[in-house]
Ligand binder design. Sequence first.
Ligand code: FAD
Length: 522
Amino acid sequence: MKTIPTPVKHVLIVGGGTAGWLTAAFLARTLGADAAPGAGADSVRITLVESKEIGIIGVGEGTFPSIRGTLAAIGIDEARFIRECNATFKQGIKFTDWVRPPGTPGNDHYFHPFSLPSQRPGGAELLPYWLQGAAPAGVGFAAAATMQKRVADASHGPKRFNDADFMGPLNYAYHFDAGKFATLLSTHAQSLGVRHVLATVERVTLDGQGAIGAVHTKEAGELTADLYIDCTGFRAALIGDALGTPFRNINDTLFVDRALAMQVPYDTADAPIPSYTIATAHEAGWTWDIGLHQRRGIGYVYSSRHTDDTRAEQVLRAYIGKASDGLNPRQLKLNVGYREQHWVKNCVAVGLSGGFLEPLESSGIGLIETAAYLVSYLFPHDGEMAPVARVFNEMMKARYERIVDFVKLHYCLTQRRDHAFWTDNTAPASIPESLRDKLAMWRRRAPHRMDFVVDLEMYPPSSWQYVLYGMEYPTAQYANASTLPRFEEARKEFQMIELMSHRALADLPTHRALIDHFLQRG
Ligand code: FAD
């Protein structure tokens, strides 16, 4: 018997971390929440229930530039965000010791900048010319194709004091305090009319069709809705526990499955703050090092198959040095993989409940942004869930698959053979076929934007190029003067980028001065 769909008038979001509150704010802003001042008759009731006892995961402090569009879309201005979230600017990621072990001759780091390569001459891509030797000898692709690496290396920020909110000559994202971000989002979403219930969900019951029927809480009794959004983090209380949606573990491709995290004070109040994440490779994983305004967030993500927790803590403490004395790391176990289906009947998973790959390249919050955007724009007002669920699931699965390839790219091209973790990462069986195919093509030609279905990618083609050649991939391209006719123009362009980056240093304030400016703007 076919049931008549019920219009979706009430959404219940379970979980109040970055996923829950970001989705709540996005829905309230795009659909209109019924508790907002002046709400229309066609607005939707949006309730967020979160547990006081369980709390949020409290990591996830690096973002991708898409976050600027998201903050603007939900109506949070840049100064407020920077002030309330202890935020700093992020111009990219510095990868240290990923290509070869420390102390080996050769470059010890490369940079993944967020700014795109210069598009001149005549709109032609610069990469094939860089491969053909048009840039000064020894200058890596990222440093040759954009001025961002030089600016970031010199501790300057990506924008000027008087640039408009979320705008600047260089592309950027942020680092921020995850707890403070959840608090800001919560205050903001409630001002947009989201209802807030503090209660712990103890049990979830299904209806006759096997969809979510109700969630039962300790403090607020039974809560029901037309659409449920599971933002309960790794617990996945609705999509996993209640609906039993299969989880695709991808630990055979991405090995890291544990993290140790610490919040570390600066040595001095005016210590320079890097405007990039420092990702340093170690024997069985890598450390992230994120500079916030008042502290650093540092963590070691590692593979439990390749090391043990005691050794991991030694590696983390050795990286931090004396500043780790007296501090205790938090340990986290990671479920690495994703749901084959993120939207099942009347339940959508957003955030860690839907999947998690690993912190490298900050895909977690980027995927939350995508999911919140899709739920809002595909919103099944008339209650017809199945077509919307199909589109949503296809889009999310495709995104996850592409991110897995991109993250694996960082590992599988390593020349490190000093520990099993690195050797195992280069084993062909651990590399998805889709990535192996790409790498095979790129042996004889440069990657091109036509290699990517850009709407399904979280990372633009230039990010792939920066990582590929940062990892020193040996492309021996078929090329000559007739296939690369703009060689001379490209050579001049590379010189111009270098010249412009010196000018940019005079124009752009230091990173710390830029943050202080935002804090003083009040
Ligand atoms: P959580 O923060 O865990 O929130 C879950 C919420 O659900 C909480 O409010 C909790 O109280 C509530 N809840 C759970 N069970 C119940 C229940 N039964 N009843 C009521 N409420 C309940 N992402 C990035 O983009 N960049 C990074 O640099 C990055 N680094 C990371 C590093 C590590 C080590 C890890 C593990 C993740 C990292 N991520 C990163 C991912 C990022 O942390 C998450 O995507 C993000 O914080 C969203 O988490 P969440 O809201 O899904 O879950």
